[in-house]
Design a protein. Sequence first.
Length: 260
Amino acid sequence: MLKVRVIPTLLWKGFGLVKGVAFNSWRQVGTVLPAIKIYNARDVDEMILMDIEASLLSIEPDGDSIESFAEECSMPLTVGGGINNLEQVQKLLYAGADKVTLNSSLYETPTLINVIASHFGSQCLVASIDVRQNGLGKYQCYSHAGSVPTHKCVVQWAKEVADRGAGEILLTSIDNDGTMQGYDLDLISQVCQSVDIPVIASGGAGKYQDMVDAVQQAGASAVAAASIFHFTEMTPAGAKAALHKVGVPVRKIFASNRGL
């Protein structure tokens, strides 16, 4: 089994970082560079930085800012928001991003997955899938920061992005996002069982056991979280220690950082 990664998610809006509930009611939680410097000192495997306004406002990815963030970031950095073409991907990778994550543009142009994977390799492409349950309890995919229903079935879309060459899936439950009531294990399980690429569980983590459950019960390859690290005393190092304690393989935990 591959080692399970613990990944903080930073949501970037305008000039600062925010966190909300169900992709709404955004609350300021700081700025990007100080957050990166804090996570540099902790047992963080990777980091995801999402510009949540870019697709809504048709804003070009900010390569200059990404370059300044990447210079300070000592861990692999995944960048998303407003990416619509191969040139933007190239710009962000050259600016220092290790991976890019795309959502809205993939529904509009699915072949973009093939193009990016062909030029830069599947390992740098994370397909972001944001999901809500409809009134009948069916899972449906949403684009544009959860504001536009695509009417695509999540399992079928997950299969398609994997078949087209995405290296990973970032799977977020909009309903659970920011609630700190746990991941949607049924959603994660359905997607994990349908694809053979890593699935990053996102949306709802409120305690370490939620991360254990996402991996052991639902099959996630990695766990992403924001609120648990912003609003509680729980840390990425603590999450990795909890996973390790129940036999989940994780990347090295430095003893000096266990309490950070």
